[in-house]
Each structure stands twice: as structure tokens, then as C-alpha cells.
Design a protein around this ligand. Structure first.
Ligand code: SAH
Length: 397
């Protein structure tokens, strides 16, 4: 062994882990600066540098003293997840594949519309809930994303649209926590990240423009109402327990009525009584799209101030489901509309780059073996060459 190698091994001392400032809200940054022996107001300056100016280099933070910048170099960093690829759809939708620590990849989608631009953000790597019609669920679950990895997605989008500083108009006007994962199963990190989104010194988004979507974590909906007032979307997809148990297995733990009641309690906590819940209902051909389903849904939601968003099911290989027909979709919408509900139909965007709802797959190092079972089932079905290619993508190999 050469001498130099020996010396290196002997002299090795582990470097202290640096704090990643990207994921710290103003109050946590305040604690961090206090521990450094600095004043708490430095936190506001730092949030502005990172999330308004998009600055990552401490040396360019001109309102911090030289000695503070030196301390920061030693103890802190601003570390982002890595963008692996970025694809644009013919309709303007953009999808990023983002690598996070541990090697898995998540996906994030930007959907431009006439009067707004919506960023669909992931909260977990994979998902543990296993809803029967969702591609993310087929990949199994790896882990929660950290606050930095969640807010880092918005940072990446903002940078990609050159919207930091006063350079150009804000392109990301809305954020929906509707990417991969169940946001309420990663409660603290998601709430911290949303706080940075809402912070006037951060991204300054209004509470109406940040939406959290949940498949039915009832106790966490109640907890959320105690600490946040973002918009809430509830993923129902079925008007009765029997059908919902099949489509959304978490329903067996928290049945439909208890979920709807928790949404009602959420609204009751809001000071402004004009707020509404968004009800998401993915329409699947011959599964949950019949007239009687629409009528049952109408009765179920009678006492909930809400608007209903119908999502035509987006197919993926091996799902076993088909997209709702135009006729069934029209009838379902009309029944609800005639009962007085505001109903919107989510248009499918970005399906040429597999960026539509429920198609986000990323590359999950699955810990649950669900991915393996899914792939085996697909192999058994002996799907054709073209479909196989998509499957390889979905299972992330
Ligand atoms: N776990 C959260 C957020 C992620 S999914 C939730 O369930 O709400 C965001 C929305 O897309 C949910 O309403 C989900 O049910 C819907 N979705 C999932 N797979 C879909 C698919 N294949 N086609 C259409 N919508 C889908």
C-alpha cells in the first residue's frame, strides 16, 4: 500500500454534516441562526435570498456580514435535488424527472392554462396507499420526501421559468400537492414546505392557490385544519363504502362518511365561510360512472360546500381499467349539475409525455415488493412490445 493512501486513511476525520437551509421555514431558520450566535431576523433575509432571489451562493448574499458568510460556509449549504430530465408536451405541459438522495426519482408536472400555471408537486417516493387505478401505487413505497425535497421542486420550476428576482412574471401561480404520494402521510414536511410557499418572504402564494389533495387520512385532515388554511381537495372516486373499499383501500380504515365529515370540519375551522372543498372523482368506465353513482354522490355531498372535479381515468399498462366514455361522462356531469353542484371536468394534459393524473411513476426503489408483484402480473399477461416499454418505465428500471 503506498504511504500516501495510509496517511489519508489515518488522517481521515469525518466532516460535520452541514444543515440544508433550503427546507427551513422562517421559524426554523430563526432557530438555526440563534444557534450560530446570530440574530433571528437573519432568517427573513435568508428566506428571501433562497426563495425570492433564487440565490444559493452565500458570498452573493450582500446584506450578510463577511464573518457570517464564513460561518455559513462551514455549517450550512443550500442543496437541491438533481434534475435528470425535463420534457415538454405539445400542449405546453412540462414534466421533470428529479433524482433525490438514495437514487430514486420523482416526477413533477407544470400545467399552463390561460390565466394560471399550476405546478403538481410530489410528497413521497412512491405511495403506500395502493389505490387500484393509480400508477404511482403500483410502484410501491420508498420513503417520505424531506421538506427541502418538496420545496426544492418549486425552486426548480421557478428557476426553469426564470421567475426569481424581478426578472419575469410569475409562471407558477398555483401549487397542487397532487403528484406522487399521499401528502398527509408526510404531514410535518408537507406543512413546512407549504408554509414556505405561502410566506410573503418566500413564494408568497395565496392560501387559495395552494391545494393539498388527500385520499382520506381523516385524523390528519383534522390536524391540518389546526395548523393550515390551504385549499383542500378530497379524492372520493366512489359514492359508497363497498365500491370505495375496492378503489381506495384506505377507506376500510376511514370510511367515506367519516372522510366527508372531516372535510366539513376543515371548512368550519376557516375564518372565511366562502371556502369550498374540491371533490375529486376519477371516472372509470363501467366501474363508478353509472347514473346511480352520480345520484348517490349528489346525496352524499348535500351538506358539504364543494365543487366537484371529474377526472376521466388516465390509462396505464396493466391497470385493467378503461377511460370513461364521453356519453357516460356527460350524463354524470349533468346529473350533478342539475342538482345544483358546480362541476368541472379535468382535461387531460400532457398525456404524450405520461404527465397526466395518475401516470406519474418516477423511479422508485421499492421497499414493499409491490413493484415486483405488479411486473410479474404484467409478464404473465404477456403484453406486446410497445406496451412493455411503457411498463419498464412505470416500474422504473
Ligand atoms: N394521494 C393524493 C394525491 C395524489 S393523486 C390523493 O389521492 O388525493 C392526485 C389525484 O389524481 C387524485 O385524485 C387521484 O385519485 C387521481 N388519480 C390517480 N390515478 C389516476 C388515474 N390513473 N387517472 C386519473 N386520475 C387519477
Amino acid at each position: 500500500m503506498p504511504d500516501s493512501a495510509l496517511n489519508t486513511a489515518e488522517q481521515y476525520t469525518p466532516q460535520p454534516v452541514k444543515t440544508n437551509l433550503l427546507g427551513l421555514s422562517v421559524s426554523k431558520l430563526g432557530d438555526f441562526f440563534e444557534q450560530l450566535g446570530e440574530k433571528r431576523f437573519r432568517a427573513t433575509q435568508m428566506v428571501k435570498w433562497i426563495h425570492q432571489m433564487g440565490e444559493r451562493d452565500f458570498d452573493k448574499m450582500t446584506n450578510l456580514s463577511k464573518s457570517l458568510r464564513e460561518k455559513l460556509h462551514k455549517s450550512a449549504e443550500i442543496c437541491l435535488p438533481e434534475v435528470v430530465s425535463c420534457q415538454d408536451s405539445s400542449d405546453g405541459t412540462r414534466k421533470w424527472l428529479i433524482k433525490v438522495e438514495g437514487g430514486s426519482c420523482i416526477e413533477m408536472v407544470y400545467i399552463p392554462e390561460k390565466d394560471r400555471g399550476t405546478l403538481c408537486v410530489s410528497s413521497q417516493i412512491g405511495c403506500a396507499l395502493d389505490c387500484s387505478f393509480c400508477a404511482t401505487g403500483k410502484q410501491g413505497f420508498n420513503r417520505d420526501l424531506s421538506t427541502a425535497e418538496i420545496i426544492g421542486q418549486l425552486w426548480i420550476a421557478a428557476q426553469s421559468f426564470d421567475q426569481f428576482g424581478t426578472k419575469s412574471p410569475r409562471r407558477v401561480t398555483n401549487v397542487v400537492m397532487m403528484g406522487m404520494g399521499e401528502p398527509l402521510m408526510n404531514f410535518d414536511n408537507v406543512v413546512d414546505a407549504m408554509n414556505i410557499m405561502l410566506d410573503d418572504n418566500g413564494y408568497g402564494l395565496s392560501k387559495r392557490r395552494v391545494t393539498l389533495s388527500t385520499a382520506g387520512m381523516v385524523p390528519e385532515v383534522d390536524r391540518l385544519g389546526d395548523v393550515s388554511d390551504v385549499s383542500l381537495a378530497i379524492s372520493l372516486h366512489a359514492p359508497n363504502d363497498e365500491l370505495r373499499n375496492e378503489l381506495v383501500p384506505i377507506n376500510r380504515k376511514y370510511p367515506l362518511q367519516s372522510f366527508v365529515d372531516s372535510a366539513r370540519r376543515y371548512l368550519d375551522k376557516m375564518p372565511d365561510n366562502r371556502r369550498k372543498i374540491t371533490v375529486e372523482y376519477t371516472l372509470i368506465d363501467k366501474v363508478n360512472d353509472r347514473d346511480e353513482h352520480a345520484r348517490e354522490l349528489s346525496t352524499l355531498l348535500r351538506d358539504l360546500p364543494c365543487k366537484i372535479n371529474l377526472i376521466p381515468f388516465n390509462p396505464f399498462p396493466g391497470s385493467g381499467y378503461k377511460k370513461v366514455t364521453k356519453v357516460a361522462l356527460g350524463r354524470f356531469r349533468d346529473i350533478l349539475h342539475n342538482d345544483g353542484y358546480t362541476v368541472t371536468v379535468r382535461t387531460t394534459r400532457g398525456d404524450d409525455i405520461a404527465a397526466a393524473c395518475g401516470q406519474l411513476a418516477g423511479e422508485v426503489n421499492d421497499r414493499t415488493k409491490r413493484q415486483q408483484r405488479y411486473k410479474k402480473r404484467l409478464d404473465e399477461e404477456q403484453v406486446s412490445g410497445q406496451v412493455s416499454e411503457q411498463i419498464v418505465k412505470i416500474v422504473g428500471q
